[in-house]
Unconditional design. Sequence first.
Length: 570
Amino acid sequence: MSQSDVVTLARQGDPNAIATLINRALRSQNITAKTIRRDQHLYVILQAQELPNQSACVRVVQNGMLRLGVMTIKLVTIAGQQFNQESPSWFETLTLAEMMRSQLPSPQQAVATPQTPAKTVRKKANFQLPRVTFPPLPIPAQVLTPFIFAGCVGLAFFPLSRWVVQNYQDTIIEWQSQTSHQLQKGSKTVKTVTQTIQSAVNQLPDLPRAAFSKTASSADVIPDTQTVENLNKFSEIALTTIQNPVTPETRVKLKAVGDIIPGTNYPSNQLHPNKTVLFQEVKPALQGSDILFGNFESTLTNYPKSAKNIGRGLVFAFRTPPSYTAILQDAGFDILSVANNHSFDFYETGFTDTINNLNQAGMKAVGRKEEIIYHEAKGVRFAFIGFSYFPVHNNMHDLEAATALVKKADENADVVVISVHAGAEGTAALNVRNKTEYFYGENRGNKVLFSHTLIDAGADLVLGHGPHVPRAMELYKGKLIAYSLGNFMGYRTLSSSGQLGYSLVLEADLDPVGNFTGGKIIPIHINSQGIPYMDNQFRSVGLIRQLTQSNFPNTPLKIDSDGRILVQEN
């Protein structure tokens, strides 16, 4: 590519072209530049064996951006880092306001002149690009960290020695309002920075207000200890966001398993004498994910009365002691669905106890009606919604309400994951059909219609369970549907006869907007006691391969003999 082509692309805001020009300018200093662009914010990371000189490097980048006259970039954050460091040692942000660009001088005149920054990064008196500096403050050195404030598409440094923050939440809200139209037109990934930072803002107490004086010295505006602590906390979160930006290449690994019943003490004690061994053999398969999901098909309560008449055939009530949250937590679970046909085995009290016990142990329970659970991994915000065929949960039969809930989740998250407990049960219910399923006269829903409808509404991944056997998988509009994950654990409660004992850990790699990019079936087998083990015979892999090919012959998914799930190109 010629020099003129590189310059043309750089003037259009191409981050790779800008990096090429910066690398050429800093070649003699043995400094390497990497760039990442987020909408109208360019991040430039400068790396060298020795820490790059801040003022010299900022001057080079600032002059270069002025000469290029890039109209599509408003903020440039420059970071200096040694190759052997995990994170940058210094940051500096330049602001390029729309109103400045029409007044940019010629390349001969475009010489950066450091100036006292204006009150906010949104209002500048003239075309010059103020460099934010941090003069000494008469406060301890440990609080002289740059204080970061965040907006939808960028971050701006505010030196407290020049002014006192009047109301930082107002600044965030105003900036978000000004750029909301850009978010609507841009990628869903842009929302991630906004949501992460706004969440941090909402968690912080209000900062004290103080009058601003142009003549005030730095000693006049010393923030109190609480203010400094709050700003440092906010700064740390924002720095983490910059240092670990969400890119199109980001992949979040989600692992999911089906029905979990670690044992019951109702109506009689059928608990394992040593509960810690229940997950022992499958822990390696559960590790290594960013999110671990499962369907908890019991209750975590001590409530004595059951809502079910277990004297009748095929009617069961499961009650697991609350202390079992420890083994679920130790196994690594992040999200557990409680929207299933056993969640109300011990009335509303048992359901509430289960959710509270899971949440108190640091996990998140999904299953309350009209509730969306949010969870973040690698800077990507996930929304989880639990459905069943019962009206006490989010009801899969009410597609209108389900669609509305998904749309709400999609507005507030990057990836929407649906957990659905539905479908007929047993080995006679292995195949997926696009029709309503019934089990003992009970309407268990049309899982194909439900899944497709919710993906059309904005859902990105559907995790099915309920049939107690593994079922086929489908890729619909780039989104993965696992129609049933089967049983995973049912100590002395669930049958493991035949294909009821075929189990798996589903591994799904998702991009930042929920598209399925690949995955794996990790085969598990459940022994006669209902305890899971690794399956060297790969029985569930063979079963799911066959079912996927026969039930969805046109799906672009390919499952190989090792359990790898691949997306075939059209």
